[in-house]
Design a protein around this ligand. Structure first.
Ligand SMILES: Cc1ncc(COP(=O)(O)O)c(C=O)c1O
Ligand SMILES: N[C@@H](CCOP(=O)(O)O)C(=O)O
Length: 469
């Protein structure tokens, strides 16, 4: 399988190169040249498979030509062996045709583990096959960082530098990153927002000298492999509820648009799907976009669902590439002017196409607390605030009650105990293996949102450079 950049100026690459590159050299994001097809017969053949078997079957066409193709099934099986639920991503029924897809049974209690546990293993295997080393640079609003630290700590060919916005992640999220003691893990608390962190990451990648010197790589959803691994649970849940004979709909708590883009990718591959509902908190740039056809940046406001406190959704670029008929130059121009002007609009005809596939919804903190309480009272399920935003969106935007509506539960409630306690008067407990999280010593460095200082910090510590010098 070959991959092309959304900005049209970088060379097409194979899977291993895309995995290690993260961001394309023209600043774009990689997409497969064509979508592998999930025909109705193929979908039927997935029924009854275990999650790792289904994951390997869905992802295999994306890795053809990879150095790890022959070990792929084993790596996938290992990735999911440590999940605390044997179904890996179980479906929980909330009402006649309402389902919660629980994506938080991995080691750090968020959906990021589903892809990141897999990424840790394939990075290692590809680097070993090529006898190479990388420096991973990432930005997190809480969960990607925790999942990456867990997946990459102690891996000898990898140094991980993870940027989070200081004071804007939950205490559990921060501690999950900062209490892991490993020489190859560096946590940086940036004085700024998640968008500042993400901009710093992209700036480092776009400095080709810095990027090449350190063999920079990415584990945010700008990396195609993250999205690829997230496609699997859309397919698994739809097949469990009757695909291809029955269509399903999804509601997705959204920030960087990576998770919902994975759902869209599953649809492009042939999964029969009603609309994807994009659920936002008060940082509602996407909800406003679906309403008005204009993407307009406003300042980030802190909310009870901090992982979605994002204005610039990096993966929207992949959808834009499709909407602009694969014209990389038009994508680059639109996004450059977006960053300059803080807005861009799409023509009505394009918005019609967008609205046929997506719908948006926004929920503020008050509504989030009310939704956690409502769900607890009506079904006994304790939701985290991100999943609550998703569930409210599912109810509000449901078209046809006969179509199963699946809400993605993206985090365990114990990651956000303050919000949950406010809603239901109880603090959800962390699993026993994390019970002493609040007593463990933390290790992090506070830095300004400054590209030069960040590069100096990384340059002084990354082992790739030390060895090359
Ligand atoms: C718990 C949780 N829910 C939802 C999201 C939003 O997902 P995405 O950024 O893929 O849109 C995130 C962050 O990614 C998250 O950590
Ligand atoms: N909400 C995310 C933000 C980064 O998203 P990613 O999917 O692009 O890694 C987080 O939890 O860090």
């Amino acid at each position: 399988m070959r991959y092309i950049s959304t900005r049209g100026q970088a060379p097409a690459l194979g899977f291993d190169e895309v995995l290690l590159a993260g961001l394309a050299r023209d600043g774009g994001l990689y997409l497969p040249e064509s979508w592998p097809t999930l025909t109705p017969d193929r979908l039927r053949s997935l029924a009854g498979l275990s999650y790792p078997q289904l994951a390997a079957a869905v992802m295999r066409p994306f890795v053809t030509g990879s150095a790890i193709e022959d070990r792929f099934d084993r790596l996938v099986a290992e990735a999911y062996a440590g999940f605390e639920h044997s179904a890996v991503t179980p479906l929980r029924q909330l009402d006649a045709n309402d389902w919660l897809l629980e994506l938080f049974h991995g080691p750090t209690l968020a959906f990021k583990d589903v892809a990141m546990q897999f990424l840790g293993r394939i990075f290692d295997a590809v680097l070993e096959a090529r006898d190479e080393r990388v420096t991973i640079l990432g930005a997190t609003s809480g969960d990607t960082g925790a999942a990456a630290v867990e997946a990459f700590a102690g891996r000898s060919r990898i140094d991980l530098f993870m940027l989070h916005p200081e004071g804007r992640v939950s205490e559990v999220q921060r501690r999950q990153m900062t209490t892991v003691q490993a020489d190859n893990v560096h946590n940086l608390a940036v004085r700024g927002t998640f968008d500042d962190c993400q901009d710093l990451v992209k700036a480092c990648f776009n400095d080709h000298g810095f990027r090449d010197g350190l063999h920079l790589s990415a584990v945010n959803s700008i990396n195609w492999a993250r999205v690829m691994a997230q496609i699997v649970y859309y397919v698994a849940s739809a097949v469990a509820l009757g695909a291809p004979e029955r269509r399903v709909a999804f509601a997705v708590p959204t920030g960087n648009f990576g998770n919902v883009f994975a759902g869209h990718a599953a649809r492009c591959m042939g999964l029969p799907m009603e609309r994807l509902v994009v659920a936002s908190n008060s940082n509602d740039i996407l909800a406003r976009f679906f309403e008005r056809g204009e993407m307009a940046i406003e300042s980030v406001v802190p909310t009870l669902s901090p992982s979605m406190d994002i204005q610039v959704s990096s993966n929207f670029e992949r959808l834009l590439f499709e909407l602009l008929d694969g014209q990389g130059a038009a994508v680059a121009e639109t996004l450059t002017s977006f960053r300059r002007e803080g807005r861009f609009a799409l023509p009505d005809a394009v918005m019609e196409q967008v609205r046929a596939g997506f719908d948006g919804y926004r929920l503020d903190d008050e509504g989030t607390v009310a939704e956690i309480a409502r769900c607890y009272q009506t079904c006994g399920a304790v939701l985290d605030p991100h999943s609550a935003v998703g569930l409210a969106a599912a109810r509000a935007r449901r078209d046809d009650p006969a179509v199963p509506m699946i809400t993605l539960a993206t985090a365990h409630p114990a990651k956000f105990p303050d919000a949950v306690e406010r809603a239901i008067g109880q603090r959800p407990a962390l699993p026993p293996r994390l019970a002493d999280l609040h007593e463990r010593p933390e290790c992090l460095t506070v830095v300004p949102a400054d590209e030069t200082q960040l590069k100096a910090f990384i340059g002084a510590r990354a082992r790739v450079q030390t060895e090359a010098a």
